[in-house]
Write a protein that binds this ligand. Structure first.
Ligand SMILES: *Cc1c(COP(=O)(O)O)cnc(C)c1O
Length: 375
């Protein structure tokens, strides 16, 4: 299918963790040029900031939205480099690649840290977190990933939040791949900082990340940042003072995001979107099991965002071949990112529906036959 006027053809369907398939109307929202100091554009920024607060059940004055240029990692890096006090120490809870990335960031900035690491298919031990916060008085901040996109496992952010709040430390949640798809009440989860990005479950296009910060917490971090462009406090101060970004904003991406938030609302907000993603997940899992595939994460810990499947134990299975055959049929899946086990991943997020998942399953079945594999 092709639209000559817009030169848009039907793209491959992305069953990935992002960037994701987006609606045509979201892409069309970018067909304009707005100046960064334009009144309309500044209005868009304000609207986006307020709408994001409403999505996590809070409002301005209690929490603040900070928009940060760059991909999701820039947002995570902004929080780590700007919120740990100069002599502070961050406890990083790890059960996947994105937890490890936080350690990498702390190393770059020479920020003191401690890790609590768990296997990629199990959730953190709450008693250990509690204990370490009592024992190590140097710890000032605690960080955890909500949906570890490495596997799709969902970590208990509310329970961890209660422990961190009780221990009077600052709490950071990387909710990159869950925000917009899983309801998160920032107040009830005792969150100080939470991060996501424009191109995950809000279904916008890449260009920026956003940080929702507790107002009292962000007011305490002035001067902490080890980076100019990623200074969370100054970025917030700039946005709050004149409604503008400090440096060139991703104008087109923000226009697309405004439209994406509108489409989220039309879908019934997070509850409505969660329903569609869950349906995608249910159809995918039952279809994949029927074909003989097995998941890596125990079902009760598995979220509906993305799923890791073990490589089938069959002499003719090669992931590279499987991937490229699917790709040739317009179905884009994703390689695994696990340290120990061979897996590939299939995402349920983005502008995809049950019908798209059914097509993928048919194509997978056909591809297995082509490869001479019967599971
Ligand atoms: C996608 C993702 C990131 C990184 O985002 P980029 O946009 O690739 O920089 C970080 N954390 C989690 C949990 C993610 O899913």
């Amino acid at each position: 299918m092709e639209n000559k006027l817009l030169n848009i053809s039907k793209d491959k369907t992305l069953f990935t963790p992002g960037p994701l398939t987006t609606s045509r109307t979201i892409k069309q929202a970018m067909l304009r040029d707005l100046g960064s100091r334009d009144k309309e554009f500044i209005g868009i920024i304000t609207e986006i900031r307020n709408n994001l607060l409403a999505l996590c059940n809070t409002k301005k004055g209690k929490y603040e939205t900070i928009l940060m240029q760059g991909s999701g990692t820039f947002g995570v890096e902004s929080v780590i480099s700007s919120t740990v006090p100069p002599e502070g120490k961050i406890l990083i809870i790890i059960n996947g690649a994105y937890g490890h990335r936080m350690v990498k960031i702390a190393n770059y900035y020479k920020i003191k840290y401690l890790t609590l690491e768990y296997p990629e298919n199990s959730i953190p031990n709450l008693k250990e977190i509690k204990k370490i916060l009592i024992q190590d008085k140097e710890i000032t901040n605690v960080a955890v990933v909500h949906c570890e996109t490495t596997t799709g496992i969902i970590n208990p952010i509310k329970e961890i939040g209660a422990i961190v709040k009780n221990a009077k430390r600052k709490y950071f949640v990387d909710a990159m791949s869950s925000f917009g798809a899983v309801p998160i009440d920032v107040e009830k989860c005792s969150i100080d900082y939470i991060v996501s990005s424009s191109n995950k479950c809000i279904e916008g296009v890449p260009g920026f990340s956003f940080i929702i910060a507790k107002t009292t917490s962000i007011k305490e971090i002035k001067g902490y940042s080890r980076s100019l462009s990623l200074d969370l406090y100054e970025q917030w101060f700039g946005l709050d003072t004149n409604g503008q970004f400090r440096f060139t904003p991703p104008t087109h991406s923000l226009m697309a995001f405004k439209q994406a938030l509108q489409e989220l609302k039309e879908e019934g907000s997070i509850v409505g979107r969660a329903k569609r993603y869950k349906k995608n997940y249910d159809v995918l899992i039952s279809g994949m099991r029927k074909l003989g595939f097995k998941e890596y994460v125990p079902t009760k810990l598995q979220g509906y965002i993305i799923t890791s499947f073990l490589y089938p134990k069959h002499p003719k299975f090669s992931f590279e071949k499987f991937y490229s055959l699917l790709n040739g049929k317009n179905q884009v899946i994703y390689p695994g990112k696990l340290s120990q086990v061979d897996c590939f991943r299939i995402g349920n997020i983005g502008r995809i529906f049950e019908e798209d998942v059914r097509i993928l399953l048919l194509v997978i079945e056909e591809t297995l036959k082509e490869m001479g594999i019967k599971l």
